[in-house]
Design a protein around this ligand. Structure first.
Ligand code: NDP
Length: 235
């Protein structure tokens, strides 16, 4: 299957960029989406917002024209909008879900026809340990991340007989821009719950995503794989 056509949403920085680099390093053709700024060097950059179906459709069109239909989709783009539930507006909740849950659904729906044609595909959803544990101030975020498991497992059942797998990767506390604003006290709390006693690196998540997209993971579908240094283990 190599080189494959890979699409990583939110691949311009953080975990997404590490994932894009991991696929490129093994010779795959990799497209990354970016909303703002520039696309990183060495990838096919597609500007799009996962909350906008038309913008996603145009991005997929460009990828199909330049590197072929998407064989591997990594639905990674995500945001945090933390607030206590009593202070959380409808828009705080639904707006976040639109990016973190409906966005991956839109991407998968657009990618599936090409995968069905090849009778091969890999759908990967980047969830979070918050989706397993729940998290104070993150009712919107945790709900969106738990929702990805229901989405992936439904897709696994719908598409398994057509050679398409769907899996969820749940990172623990990983040093990226997203967690740069977490207070030192909260950061310490997360690290004290992490068996390895340190934050993860984006590359450590990327290695697992790459494995799940490869032939060695051909019998893995509907799985929820924590990459968390032991944060949340036993749940
Ligand atoms: P970053 O904040 O570093 O990157 C987020 C990425 O998502 C950016 O590329 C951003 O694009 C993109 N993005 C956000 N909203 C949209 C949108 N509407 N349309 C398209 N792209 C969008 O986050 P991380 O790399 O840390 O996180 C990546 C994923 O991993 C997220 O889903 C996050 O929830 C999850 N995760 C992260 C953890 C961590 O500790 N870091 C822990 C558990 C899960 P742009 O640059 O243009 O804004």
């Amino acid at each position: 299957m190599s080189p494959r056509s890979v699409f990583v949403t939110g691949g311009n920085r953080g975990i997404g960029l590490a994932v894009a680099r991991a696929f490129a390093a093994q010779g795959d053709r990799v497209a990354v989406s970016y909303r703002t700024g520039e696309s990183p060097e060495g990838f096919l950059g597609v500007q799009c917002d996962v909350t906008e179906t038309d913008s996603l459709d145009a991005a997929f069109g460009k990828i199909e024209a330049e590197q072929g239909p998407v064989d591997v989709l990594v639905a990674n783009a995500g945001i945090m909008r933390d607030k206590l539930t009593l202070a959380m507006s409808d828009e705080d909740f639904t707006g976040l879900l639109d990016t973190n849950l409906v966005g991956p659904f839109r991407c998968a729906r657009r990618a599936i026809p090409g995968m069905l044609e090849k009778r091969w595909g890999r759908l990967l959803f980047i969830s979070s340990f918050s989706g397993m544990l729940g998290s104070p101030g993150q009712a919107n975020y945790a709900a969106s991340k738990t929702g990805l498991t229901g989405l992936a497992r439904s897709l696994a059942r719908e598409l398994g007989k057509r050679g398409i797998t769907a899996n969820v990767v749940a990172p623990g506390f990983i040093d990226t821009d997203m967690v740069a604003t977490v207070s030192p006290r909260r950061r310490q709390e997360y690290l004290s719950m992490t068996a390895l006693g340190r934050p993860g690196r984006p590359e450590e998540v990327a290695n697992v995503v790459r494995f799940l997209a490869g032939q060695d993971a051909s019998f893995v579908t509907g799985a929820f794989i924590p990459v968390s240094g032991g944060l949340g283990m036993g749940i």
